[in-house]
Design a protein around this ligand. Structure first.
Ligand SMILES: C[S@@+](CC[C@H](N)C(=O)[O-])C[C@H]1O[C@@H](n2cnc3c(N)ncnc32)[C@H](O)[C@@H]1O
Length: 523
């Protein structure tokens, strides 16, 4: 496909990749060149410190940085010392204007986890590059002043999704709304086939460039909206999407393609979640970022739970919420409108507020929607608010969460059959305390007994939960050797309590301890 102004990957691309590696145009190399302050400024979209740090250095690393990140013209003779210039010009990575050359795209060093055993080209499997347009004006968060079909590089949301994604080796992965191809690049490290879709043809080209330059296998690229381009495909083992989730007044292509999905309210995210089950293979995971509205008198948890398609377990986490005014300001700044004409800014701000008012929306939640297709009759749906710090990456935590849901579902079946107390399923299993869980005791200094006992995770979701002496004693005894019921009976006799009563009440605290990952089923 011909796409004006963008490179087309060709035989020169592996040689460009070689040149980038030779010059150490990698995340570590860039940090060494710029130093932490200029490096951090560049991540904020500010180029002045990096320009000063690379001037007047004409070494290959400084030249590549000026060309591909700072987007400055470089003298032809100087650029020739840094990369295979004529091939790069031929494939459209650069254009020539008299004695100077310029990059046509941003190329940003980016590290991904290597596939087990590396990717086989001997070139450091973790090093890749994200090819994209550059951000808008310095200081703007997003695409200020850019064309509506601008394709941005990997931002904070991209990193969040990448760190959340389950990275087990799979046969088929789908990256819906691929943009610069950052999620497709990650998926290429652990999926045999990656399909990447987008409504923006420029995004598909950027993805092809990102993969080719990073030495990853090419993806199956498909143009179209939501699941339309893969309607007839068999189910995927992994679906990831950082969709255009912004809730804005822009409709049907009138906004910025990377963020304004064009559907009213949170309809795009809802549609994605609802339709995902039909495109998931049995046991497959779907992981998306989403925004959703909260309206007066509505329980947002119920609203989100109602999005979950039949046959899927779900884990939905709200990471933050903003009131509608704050939210409108965030995205007006993203588009750079706060820097322009005051009257235009006020009109745009008003349009956002009208949009929310029309549906009675008070606030917008941002979070993660994670599904696993199980086909279970009784799906496990957990919707929670967790604005606290977590330890990234969380892919293994997500995988383990869904595995524990299978375990709890199996045990619940046994509980149903148990006529005495209904805990048999849970109490006949063995558990181990998850690695890194510690106990904290809170109480008055010098007091004999603590007022609260808290178990705290030091990994993953980094949760904390309060327990009584029985629960804490139980958790401390879980090393996988004794079944839960036997441990409880021992605690009952130690504390002089009725073992039947302890067993009967155990489900109320044991089930959440397992669900939240404090205790893991042994083996
Ligand atoms: C927020 S960007 C995410 C890009 C990239 N996946 C990442 O994680 O950084 C959303 C992408 O979805 C694309 N998009 C917009 N509307 C879409 C639709 N209806 N169907 C599929 N993709 C769409 C945009 O062109 C853009 O590339």
């Amino acid at each position: 496909m011909r796409i004006t102004g963008l490179p087309a990957p060709g035989p020169g691309t592996p040689r460009l990749r070689e040149a980038l590696l030779t010059a150490s145009f990698t995340p570590e190399g860039l940090l060494d060149l710029l130093g932490p302050s200029a490096h951090a400024a560049l991540a904020r979209g500010e180029t002045v410190p990096a320009l000063r740090a690379t001037h007047p250095d004409d070494g290959p690393l400084a030249v590549l940085t000026r060309l591909f990140l700072l987007r400055r013209p470089v003298a032809y003779g100087v650029a020739r010392g840094a990369l295979p210039l004529d091939e790069a010009l031929g494939e459209g990575w650069l254009t020539r204007d008299g004695d100077e050359v310029r990059a046509t795209v941003e190329v940003r060093p980016y590290a991904t986890e290597g596939a087990p055993g590396g990717d086989g080209d001997g070139a450091g499997s973790r090093d890749g590059w994200i090819v994209s347009d550059s951000r808008g004006a310095p200081g703007a968060d997003g695409a200020a002043g850019q064309a509506p079909d601008v394709v941005l590089g990997a931002g904070g949301a991209s990193a969040t999704l990448a760190a959340l994604t389950v990275r087990t080796p799979v046969a088929r992965a789908l990256d819906l709304g691929t943009g610069s191809g950052v999620q497709a690049l990650h998926a290429s490290r652990h999926a045999d086939l990656v399909t990447a879709t987008d409504v923006n043809p420029r995004a598909l080209r950027m993805t092809a460039l990102t993969l080719a330059l990073s030495g990853a296998p090419p993806a199956d690229l498909r143009l179209g909206s939501l699941f339309d381009p893969v309607a007839d495909e068999p189910g995927y083992d992994l679906i990831v999407s950082n969709p255009p989730f912004v809730i804005s007044p822009a409709r049907d292509g009138a906004g910025l393609t990377y963020r304004d999905g064009g559907m009213a309210g949170d309809a795009l995210c809802r549609t994605l979640v609802r339709r995902s089950a039909a495109h998931l293979a049995e046991g497959g995971h779907c992981q998306l970022l989403a925004n959703w509205e909260r309206t007066e008198g509505e329980d947002w948890r119920e609203r989100l739970a109602a999005w979950v398609p039949p046959g899927c377990d779900a884990w939905i986490v709200r990471r933050e919420e903003q009131d509608v005014a704050e939210y409108a300001e965030l995205w007006l700044r993203d588009a750079g409108l706060h820097r322009g004409d005051r009257a235009a800014y006020e009109a745009a701000y008003g349009a956002w507020l009208d949009e929310f008012a029309a549906r009675g929306a008070l606030a917008v939640g941002f979070g993660w929607v994670m599904l696993r297709r199980t086909g279970a009759e009784r799906p496990a749906i957990r919707v929670e608010d967790w604005p606290h710090a977590v330890e990234q990456p969380l892919g293994d935590t997500v995988l383990a969460h869904f595995a524990r849901q299978d375990f709890l579902r199996d045990r619940a079946r046994d509980d149903d059959r148990d006529r005495d107390g209904g805990q048999a399923g849970l109490l006949s299993a063995r558990y181990v305390l998850a690695e890194g869980v510690v106990q904290e005791q809170v109480g008055a200094p010098g007091a004999e007994d603590p007022e609260h006992i808290v178990l705290r995770q030091r990994h993953g979701m980094m949760r904390a939960t309060a327990l009584d002496t029985v629960g804490a004693g139980f958790a401390g005894s879980c090393d996988g050797t004794l079944v839960a019921g036997t441990i409880l009976d021992a605690i009952a006799s130690l504390l002089g309590e009725d073992p039947f009563t302890l067993r009967e009440g155990a489900g109320a605290w044991l089930r959440p301890l397992v669900e939240q990952g404090f205790l893991l089923p042994a083996g």
